[in-house]
Design a protein around this ligand. Structure first.
Ligand code: 13P
Length: 254
C-alpha cells in the first residue's frame, strides 16, 4: 500500500515568516494526529527556516520549490541543495511547469537536479504534465512519455522508489479547471505502466504519484479515491489552513 502524500506548494506567496506562521499556527494543531498521510509544506526560501521551526516535533516535513544541481560555487542567485538539506529540508519540488515554462528549464536540467537531490537524500517531487493544446490534439501520452524518459534518464530502480511524481496537467494549474478524476486516473495509470515497462511491476507499484491542478476541498476526495492517485500537490488551496486541512483529511482513508 502506498501512503498518500499531500504537498502544499505555496509558490511565491507566504514568503514573509510571519505569513507562514499565520497558517501554520492554525494548521499544525489540526493535523497533529493525522498519521496515515504524509504532509509536506513547500514555502518560498525566505520562510523555510520559520516553517521548520514551527513544524518541529510533528510529522510534517518541509520542502523547497527549486534548487540548483551544484553544491556550492559562483552561481549568483541560485540555491544549493546542500544548504537546503543542512537547514532541515527533506523534499524539493523539481520541474514544476512554472519553472519549465517561465524560466525555460529543460528536461536535461531537471534530470541533473533530480540526480543531485537523490544523491544527497533530498526527496524530489518531480512534476510532469501536458499543455492544453497537446491534450486537445491527442498528444498527452506522448508528451508524458517523453518527459518521463528525459527527466528520469539514468535513474535506477532504487532511485525511482525514493522519488515522488506529480502529474500536473498545465491547463489545470491555477485555472479552476480540474482534470476529472477519470482523466487524472488514466494518466496516473499510464505513468505506472511506463515505470513497469522500464523497471518492473514491483517498482511501479511502489512509486507514489500525486495529482496537481486546482485541487480544492470540494474535489479532493473524489480524486484521491482513485487507485493510482496517491495524494496531491496543492497550490492556491494550500494558502489557507482550513482548506489545506480539508484536503489533507480527504486523503486520510486512501
Ligand atoms: P493550483 O492548485 O493553484 O492549481 O496549483 C497547482 C500546482 O501548481 C501545485 O504545484
Amino acid at each position: 500500500m502506498r501512503k498518500p502524500i499531500i504537498g502544499a506548494n505555496w509558490k511565491m506567496y507566504r514568503g514573509v515568516p510571519s505569513e507562514a506562521e499565520e497558517i501554520l499556527r492554525e494548521l499544525v494543531p489540526k493535523v497533529i494526529d493525522i498519521k496515515n498521510v504524509d504532509i509536506v509544506i513547500a514555502p518560498p526560501y525566505t520562510s523555510i527556516i520559520k516553517t521548520i521551526e514551527l513544524i518541529k516535533n510533528t510529522s510534517i516535513k518541509v520542502g523547497a520549490q527549486n534548487m540548483y544541481y551544484e553544491e556550492k560555487g559562483a552561481f549568483t542567485g541560485e540555491i544549493s541543495p546542500l544548504f537546503l538539506k543542512k537547514i532541515g529540508c527533506e523534499y524539493v519540488i523539481l520541474g514544476h511547469s512554472e519553472r519549465r515554462n517561465i524560466f525555460n528549464e529543460t528536461d536535461e536540467l531537471i534530470n541533473k537536479k533530480v540526480k543531485k537531490a537523490l544523491e544527497i537524500d533530498l526527496t524530489p517531487i518531480v512534476c510532469i504534465g501536458e499543455h492544453l493544446d497537446e491534450r486537445e490534439n491527442g498528444k498527452t501520452k506522448g508528451v508524458i512519455e517523453k518527459q518521463f524518459e528525459m527527466t528520469f534518464d539514468g535513474l535506477n530502480q532504487e532511485d525511482m522508489i525514493k522519488l515522488i511524481i506529480a502529474y500536473e496537467p498545465i491547463w489545470a494549474i491555477g485555472t479552476g479547471k480540474t482534470a476529472t478524476p477519470e482523466q487524472a486516473e488514466e494518466i496516473h495509470m499510464f505513468i505506472r505502466k511506463i515505470i513497469e515497462d522500464k523497471y518492473n511491476k514491483d517498482t511501479a507499484e511502489r512509486v507514489r504519484i500525486q495529482y496537481g491542478g486546482s485541487i480544492k476541498p470540494s474535489n479532493a476526495r473524489e480524486l484521491f479515491s482513485k487507485a493510482n492517485i496517491d495524494g496531491g500537490l496543492v497550490g492556491g488551496a494550500s494558502l489557507q489552513a482550513e482548506s489545506l486541512y480539508q484536503i489533507i483529511k480527504s486523503a486520510e482513508n486512501y
